[in-house]
Design a protein around this ligand. Structure first.
Ligand SMILES: *[C@@H]1O[C@H](CO)[C@@H](O)[C@H](O)[C@H]1NC(C)=O
Ligand SMILES: *[C@@H]1O[C@H](CO)[C@@H](O)[C@H](O)[C@H]1NC(C)=O
Length: 367
């Protein structure tokens, strides 16, 4: 071998060794010092059953999750009104960020001063951006959630004073999660809005409602807002049940997933524009579609053995009052992606919360 060739080989070898050293050093660095967790004094939640911590327990509606087996994995095994076997993403995030272990529903009587200061949940199961859906179930529309938020702010001012209250609201992590019910009940399963809108038109209608809602929250002092997109709604067990007569070969409904993705893309484009319009705001899109689809497509990586039906009852249709003490449940809900025919298990929510804290919330910090 000529000397110059040997030289090249040695240089390449040194380069490769240093590259590997660099990579493992980088890996070690990231595992030793994870990026600092964002800090928030409080967490404030708006939306539907994906985040309702039990407000519907206190109103007259059929959309409730106030009896077993709901809550079977919640601390104390209590059915709190949360539509899952345990905690919701918002509870888990609050806990990971060391704000508190559970986000209480605002309608719960006698909230302590500390609970109020660290944030509450205004969400109501079965609500949506479109008031047509809230009338269908007699639940709390977003407009009413804003009114509840106003009375919350008044209570907070009474506890900590005007300036501190303003500061808490401005620094709070605000999470908004809704939209699925609009598609399911106004467009896909009950096509009322189809008389007026095509899919794209209805998406625009919903996004206009969201824009108005965010504007109101901004005017009330919110600055750090995270808005969840739609899940792959064509993969919800109940949607597959409605579509497939033979329940042996259930598959995600691609057309419904396409609608969800299209809405999500438009939402993700809209939010930076809103942020630019509202000075000092951070308005961030939370993609829940891809993380959930990844769990559906690679269940074994998550310890799931069932992703096409819920753990409660037959898993094909049961949700809300149909999932009740007479429903049999699967032996290990951690092996199921879905708890009932619509809502994920606590185990799935743990993965989603992890994704949110590591990939979504840090975006609230960048200016
Ligand atoms: C709420 O507080 C009031 C006054 O302190 C008390 O009388 C009432 O029993 C409490 N209610 C609940 C549900 O704890
Ligand atoms: C339930 O399933 C999970 C995930 O597969 C597993 O890690 C866990 O050990 C199981 N628990 C019981 C009690 O079998």
């Amino acid at each position: 071998m000529a000397a110059s060739n040997l030289f090249i080989v040695v240089v390449v070898l040194i380069y490769m060794v240093s590259l590997n050293t660099y990579r493992s050093a980088a890996a070690a660095a990231t595992s030793a010092t994870p990026p600092p967790l964002p800090k928030f004094p409080a967490i404030i939640v708006f939306g539907d059953s994906t985040v309702d911590a039990g407000n519907n327990n206190y109103i007259k509606t059929l959309a409730k999750a106030d009896m077993p087996p709901y809550g079977e994995n919640f601390p104390g095994h209590v059915p709190t009104g949360r539509f899952s076997d345990g905690k919701l993403v918002t509870d888990i995030i609050a806990s990971m960020l060391r704000i508190k272990d559970e986000v209480p529903p605002f309608l719960k009587p006698n909230l302590s001063e500390n609970e109020l200061q660290t944030g509450v949940c205004f969400a109501s199961a079965a609500t949506g951006y479109d008031d047509l859906v809230t009338k269908l179930f007699n639940v709390i529309p977003l407009s009413e959630q804003v009114e509840m938020f106003k009375s919350y702010i008044d209570k907070l001012k009474g506890i900590v004073g005007e300036d501190k209250a303003k500061n808490i609201i401005g620094e709070a992590l605000v999470i908004i999660s809704t939209g699925s019910n609009d598609f399911l009940f106004n467009f896909l399963n009950i096509p009322i809005r189809r008389l007026e809108f095509d899919s794209v038109g209805y998406q625009r209608f919903l996004l206009q409602k969201l824009e108005d809602f965010l504007q109101k929250l901004y005017e009330l002092g919110c600055r750090k807002m995270v808005i969840a997109g739609l899940p792959p709604i064509g993969c919800l067990p109940v949607q597959m049940t409605i579509k497939f007569e033979l329940q042996t070969n259930r598959e995600c409904l691609e057309d419904q997933n396409d609608d969800a993705q299209s809405y999500n893309n438009n939402l993700a484009q809209l939010l930076p524009q809103l942020q630019a319009k509202l000075p000092m705001s951070k308005i961030v899109y939370a993609d829940i579609y891809e993380p959930l689809l990844d769990m559906i497509n690679h269940p074994q990586q998550y310890g799931f053995v069932e992703t096409k039906r819920g753990c409660c009852g037959s898993g094909l249709v049961e949700v809300s009052f149909m999932c009740n003490p007479s429903s049999p449940v699967c032996s290990n809900s951690s092996q199921f992606l879905f708890w009932d025919s619509v809502h994920p298990t606590q185990q799935a929510y743990i993965y989603l919360a992890d994704y949110m804290v590591n990939s979504v919330l840090p975006q609230l910090l960048h200016v």
